[in-house]
Design a protein around this ligand. Structure first.
Ligand code: TYM
Length: 340
């Protein structure tokens, strides 16, 4: 069965394991909004709370972070009218299909996942079984919707390859053409936003240094200050992309500018080539504040009414289950599970 046999459907998720960063925004959410608005797809966006608990989460903080992430989605332009917005645990078919996929995926595949190795570190024996099986749940998130496209940042590429491997093995083992081979969508100028303090490290909510990242809840002054202090080199900006080679910090700031302004890196360099950082950084700070401050103030407004957020998520879960329940039922039939 080819992709064209499936309804064009986008699924993507973000962990509510801390605040949202500019990396999440440019690498993921902003592109979720674009894919929602082109109108070519059904779009489903998810707070993956079951993934978050693969490492310890304080329950009170998890509740707060999940609602704040929902607020971040909506404030960034995800419309609960146009997209299905859900919390993963509220749609039980994700975890149910994940169990089937735990029985399809191989230990060796999981052991090769770089994100598991990074997160488990030297202490793999002591990490949760859930952290090891994390990519099977991620494959279930996607395939329980028969999603055809998944927008993500660069760091999720390996997990999406594994999702295709799981779909292929399931289809092959059971002699069916049931699950699609989902396309990763890793596009745009900012698929890998780097730390503002070290251009060789990914911008991350788990970095101990708050100055390394822009949080979506940062106010205008904080955003501007972090950009002013971002690590750079002493040279002027080049006019051509080749001039950014071996200049990871410069490249990162140009990528961020391009991502925020919906431009290509080439277009940005054509405008700013020759500028010193003393000129470029204030322009970037102004752009970042113009784009991000309205989102952070809207998030704060939405967070003042958590009951409304919960209502939207409950509505999303009902819509989602109309898609997921029949796909799970059919999967059970294929596998030979009876009485469902
Ligand atoms: P998570 O929560 O780590 O990140 C959410 C999304 O943000 C992107 N991202 C970045 N993009 C560019 N630069 C960065 N510095 C940066 N940091 C994060 C990530 O690539 C991701 O797209 N496993 C996933 C969550 C997940 C999922 C799914 C995603 C669970 N099920 C199904 C897609 C489909 C994760 O941990 O993302």
């Amino acid at each position: 069965m080819t992709q064209s046999n499936f309804t064009p459907r986008v699924f993507s998720g973000i962990q509510p394991s801390g605040g949202l960063t500019l990396g999440n925004y440019l690498g993921a959410i902003k592109r979720f909004v674009d894919m929602q608005n082109v109108g070519d797809f059904e779009t489903v966006y998810c707070m993956v709370d079951l993934h978050a608990i693969t490492v310890w989460q304080d329950p009170e903080k998890l509740r707060h972070n999940t609602r704040e992430l929902a607020a971040g989605f909506i404030a960034s332009g995800i419309s609960p009218e146009k997209s299905i917005l859900i919390n993963q645990s509220a749609v039980p078919e994700h975890a149910q299909l994940a169990w089937i996929f735990n029985c399809v995926a191989r230990m060796g595949w999981m052991g090769r996942m770089t994100q598991f190795k990074d997160k488990a570190g030297k202490n793999a024996e002591n990490s949760s079984l859930g952290l090891f099986g994390y990519p099977a749940l991620m494959a279930a998130d996607i395939l329980v919707y028969h999603a055809t496209h998944v927008p993500v940042g660069e760091d999720q590429k390996q997990h999406l390859e594994l999702t295709r491997d799981i779909a292929t093995k399931f289809n092959h083992d059971y002699g069916v053409d049931f699950f699609p081979l989902t396309e990763p969508v890793i596009e745009g100028a900012a698929t890998r936003v780097m730390s503002l303090r070290d251009g060789s490290k990914k911008m991350s909510k788990s970095d101990p240094s708050d100055a390394s990242r822009i949080n979506m809840t940062d106010d205008a002054d904080t955003i501007a200050k972090k950009i002013r202090k971002a690590k750079t080199d002493p040279d002027a900006l080049p006019s051509e992309i080749e001039g950014l080679k071996d200049r990871p910090e410069a490249r990162n700031l140009v990528n961020i500018y391009a991502g925020l302004n919906d431009q290509t890196v080439e277009q940005v360099l054509a405008d700013v080539g020759g500028q010193q950082f003393g000129t470029f950084k204030p322009a970037l700070a102004e752009l970042a504040v113009a784009k991000l401050a309205p989102i952070s103030s809207d998030m704060a407004r939405l967070m003042s009414d958590p009951t409304e957020i919960d209502r939207l998520l409950a509505k999303g879960a009902l819509q989602a289950r109309e898609i997921t329940a029949p796909i799970l039922k059919k999967t059970y039939e294929i596998v030979g599970l009876v009485g469902n």
